[in-house]
Write a protein that binds this ligand. Structure first.
Ligand SMILES: Cc1cc2nc3c(=O)[nH]c(=O)nc-3n(C[C@H](O)[C@H](O)[C@H](O)COP(=O)(O)OP(=O)(O)OC[C@H]3O[C@@H](n4cnc5c(N)ncnc54)[C@H](O)[C@@H]3O)c2cc1C
Length: 283
């Protein structure tokens, strides 16, 4: 399939990009790595009249450790994170990249593109929810910061206005004992279910933690039931059972609700164990 006709605009800097978005209106779309948008255009699921190419804005391709957390520029690729220095506090970001598509996709696809695209099982969206990421967006009106838990509205739907561009994602909370795991039908496919866990430890004792799930609804969600089980001193199996049992699921095509619940139970337990050993804590 080929895309519908469009006009191509190459942005030279961020202010030029957002000016173009503002001038061209709702018929314009940013293209970054093109790994999701081009497929949607080829299938005519998206028909933008104008593409604003931000792929050359290297100024937004960085990973920086600052006093308020880890800052990742929107044009940073998945592979930049996979091969970059995120430190031990954010090693989960690097480790999670192996779940994103295949190597060629990771060398072109961007962190900002993943967050903006908001696929329900995208690893970056799951990580943003797990770790309370802040999404920094820019438009001709200036910059604003949106908390991850109010950024994702539903399937491919976010708080971004048509003329806004994501410029940076900030991960404020170090997560030295964290892990992501998932199940997909084939290596490199989007997951059916993904689970992410960040444990709080006192010495080697687990005293609480965060649990986030993807593939159980239109956006990734925290599992308050799973987190309550950890805070109450439950085992990883207790946490996994609580997370799975609390979900309201429906059969979807070949994936029954009970199959999805079993995946959640299995993957949460696995993510808890992986999180514990992620920095060498013995199980
Ligand atoms: C075969 C295949 C398998 C894949 N598997 C996975 C997977 O397992 N997990 C996963 O997470 N992803 C997967 N992807 C998608 C990949 O991660 C993409 O890189 C990502 O979803 C989008 O990033 P991009 O830079 O390519 O964005 P683009 O495709 O360029 O854009 C995607 C959308 O985001 C918007 N956008 C892009 N950048 C910005 C910005 N800075 N500000 C505002 N809006 C912006 C665009 O307008 C568009 O609507 C897969 C892709 C393919 C082709």
């Amino acid at each position: 399939m080929k895309p519908a006709q469009f006009d191509y605009h190459r942005a030279r800097d961020v202010s030029g990009a957002v000016r173009l978005l503002s001038e061209l209106g709702e018929d314009a779309k940013i293209i970054a790595g093109g790994q999701s948008l081009v497929a949607m255009m080829n299938f005519r699921l998206a028909r933008p009249g104008h593409l604003v190419d931000v792929g050359g804005l290297n100024i937004l391709q960085y990973i920086r450790r600052e006093s308020d957390g880890l800052h990742i520029g929107a044009l940073t690729t998945h592979h930049d994170v996979e091969s970059g220095d995120v430190g031990t506090d954010f090693a989960v970001l690097r480790e999670a990249m192996r779940w994103v598509g295949h190597y060629p996709i990771r060398t072109r696809g961007t962190v900002g593109g993943s967050i903006a695209h908001a696929d329900a099982t995208a690893e970056w969206c799951l990580l943003a929810i797990l770790l309370d990421a802040r999404i920094v967006v820019e438009s001709v009106r200036g910059r604003r910061t949106v908390e991850a838990d109010s950024f994702f509205f539903g399937y491919y739907s976010t708080d971004l206005a048509f003329d806004e561009m994501i410029v940076e994602i900030v991960f404020p909370n170090p997560a030295p004992h964290a892990a992501v795991t998932e199940y997909a039908e084939r290596q490199g496919d989007f997951a059916i279910v993904g689970a992410a866990v960040s444990l709080d430890l006192d010495g080697v004792a687990v005293v609480g933690g965060r649990v986030a799930l993807a593939g159980v609804g239109a956006t990734p969600v925290r599992s308050s039931a799973g987190e309550a089980a950890l805070a109450a001193g439950g085992t990883f199996a207790d946490c996994a059972d609580a997370a799975a049992e609390a979900l309201e699921l429906e059969d979807e095509g070949m994936v029954t609700a009970e199959y999805r619940r079993t995946l959640v139970r299995t993957l949460v337990a696995e993510a808890c164990s992986d999180a514990l050993v992620s920095q060498g804590v013995p199980t």
